[in-house]
Structures are given as C-alpha cells and as structure tokens.
Design a protein around this ligand. Structure first.
Ligand code: F1P
Length: 330
C-alpha cells in the first residue's frame, strides 16, 4: 500500500501554488522587504534549504549566509552576527528545539527574526514575524514542504532585491512535468544496482545534492555523500567504484563534466545525469527548463522520488525511517 511520503511528494505542484498565494498575502499585508544582510538557519533539510536561500539572496544582490542552528547556538565565536540585520529561521514543524533556542538567543541580541514554518507553532510565537506556508506533512522526512518553502522565500528574495517575483503557475507546470516521469524514475531505480550513491552539484545544485544525499540516507538507509562537483576529484573520488552510483546534477554540462564522467566510469562507477542535456551518462533523467534560481524546485521532487523508490526496492518503508522522528528535541 502506498503511504504518506509518496502522496506528499506528488502534492508538490499544489504546494507551490499555495506557497505563492500565502506569500502574496504576507507581502502585501506587511509591506515586508528583506534587508541587505540576512542569515538563514535551520536543522537537517531546513539547513540545506537555508543554504539555497543564502545563495539566492547573494545572487539577487543582498548578502546571504547560512549557518546550522546548532552551530549558531554553540559556536557563536565563529558567527558573531555583527552585520546580520535579519535571521530567517526555517523549520517545517516549528518545534525543533535548536530552532526555538536560536529565536530566543537572537532576541537577546536585538537582531530581528523571521520564522518560516508549515503551521502556527512554538517557533512562530517566538519570531518577530512569521511566514506560515501551509505545506503540512505527516511523513517523517521533509518532501513537498521543502519545495514550497523554497519557492515562497525565493519570491520574497526576488521581490526584495529585484522587484519582480517568481511565476508560481509556470513553476507548478514544470514540477508537474517532473512528476509525470515517476514511472520512468521508478523503473530506472529498479533496473540499476547500486549500494552507495554520490551526488555531485555546483552552485545552487550543491545544496540540492546535499538534500538528495540526506533523502537517500533517511528513506533508503543507503550510504550516500554529496560534494561540489569537481571538488570530488580531489581525493574523495577513491570512493566511487563498482556498486557506486554517481549522480551528476547539472543543467549546463561542459567538456569537464564529460571528462570527469569518463574518469568515474573508468573506476567502475555508474554515472547518472540529471539536467537538460545528456553528456554520455549511463542513465539520464531530463528536467524541464526553468530560470536558474528556480532550478532547485524542479530537481527536488525528482531526487525525492529516487530515494523513495530505492527504499521500496530495498524492502523498506519510507514512511518509517529507522531511528528518526518527525521532530528532533533536546
Ligand atoms: C528538521 C529535521 C528534518 C529531518 C527529520 C527531523 O525539522 O531535522 O530535516 O528530515 O524529519 O527534523 P524541522 O525543524 O524542519 O521541522
């Protein structure tokens, strides 16, 4: 029987449109705009989301940085927050202890806070402003809420620095196109044998690779890693051999991607490409073309489906990952 996780991945297109609706209301009611220097924080998947948001902020003309909540709390000496004008704390549940503790700590420092969560929660009461993106999930692992939060905040970022937001309707269509390939993704994973996965991505596709690797661990309990694409050649590549699936995330393959792919194939690894254009990979999954900052939103459901179907193939229940709970508390 199909469970919550797959249902929630399939809900991504509606979640994106809903994100657009709430963010539109939020911005017009408050006349809200991001300041120049923004620090994004979260835990687990929400930290990878923070990394994407910090990059999108810098790309749009602000100054974004991302620090995991636990590091902000415990290693403050390395994160003085001197320049930070706003801390954006993302947490699907709004109940993660470290996220709440950051809100409390920052309040004492006099820095403004914005919380982003799926519903009213302890966190939404502790931040100066709260953007509630109603991407409710029952599953333990974060799926469509990640994409919904990303698109909502991307809209806030683009409007704050560039004055033009994103087109939620066209992004929804692109996400729907990805989901139409669910059968192909399932077959591809069923037909490919691998006992470890390495995700490689550059720029904004690096946090996507980190999230893909985390999904593979959480759902399929499979050894996985993520690296900035070409950094992997510097020593790490010894890990890619027979039985390894290397997933190269790239929309613009270059001659270096091609050479690197051949190098990995020569080591015995299988290479999967995900992007616009195949460059001679063993397996290739195409994504629809969108603007560069929207690209993470089309990769996310795809990498979630890969992890989901790998879990199913391994006879695991992705709704019940071992040792995990929906909310991490101290
Ligand atoms: C963060 C998180 C998730 C992870 C797991 C436990 O939750 O670490 O990334 O998948 O479900 O919680 P949140 O603060 O976003 O609710």
């Amino acid at each position: 029987m199909e469970g919550k996780t797959i249902y929630e991945i399939r809900r991504t297109p509606e979640a994106v449109v809903e994100a657009g609706r709430v963010v539109g209301r939020y911005l017009s009611n408050r006349g809200f705009s991001l300041p120049l220097n923004v620090t994004y924080t979260g835990c687990g998947s929400s930290h990878f989301l923070s990394q994407l948001l910090a990059m999108a902020t810098t790309r749009a003309g602000g100054k974004g940085e991302a620090v995991p909540c636990s590091e902000l709390l415990l290693e403050r000496i390395y994160h003085p927050l001197d320049e930070t004008q706003l801390i954006v704390i993302t947490s699907r549940s709004g109940e993660t202890t470290e996220a709440i503790e950051v809100a409390e700590m920052v309040r004492n420092l006099g820095v403004s806070t914005m919380g982003v969560m799926a519903h009213e929660s302890p966190l939404s009461k502790k931040t100066d402003t709260a953007l509630i993106v109603p991407a409710h999930e029952e599953s333990i692992v974060m799926t469509h809420s990640f994409t919904a939060f990303y698109t909502a905040l991307l809209d806030v970022i683009e409007r704050s620095y560039l004055e033009e937001g994103i087109n939620f309707r066209s992004l929804r269509s692109a996400v729907m196109e990805v989901l139409k390939e669910e059968k192909l993704i399932k077959e591809t994973i069923n037909e490919t044998d691998f006992n470890s996965a390495i995700y490689l991505g550059s720029g904004m596709l690096y946090p996507v690779a980190l999230e893909a690797s985390l999904k593979m661990k959480e759902m399929a309990i499979l050894w996985s890693e993520a690296h900035p694409t070409f950094e992997f050649r510097h020593g790490f590549k010894v890990m890619a051999g027979n039985g390894t699936l290397v997933v190269m995330l790239t929309t613009k393959p270059t001659e270096r991607h091609e050479r690197f792919m051949r190098e990995l194939q020569g080591q015995g690894a299988k290479v999967m490409g995900i992007g616009y254009e195949d460059f001679g990979t063993d397996l290739f999954l195409r994504i629809p073309e969108v603007s560069e900052i929207e690209v993470p939103a089309v990769y996310l459901p795809l990498i979630q489906l890969i992890a989901y179907y790998k879990a199913v193939k391994r006879g695991l229940n992705p709704d019940k990952p071992r040792f995990l709970s929906k909310v991490v508390r101290w």
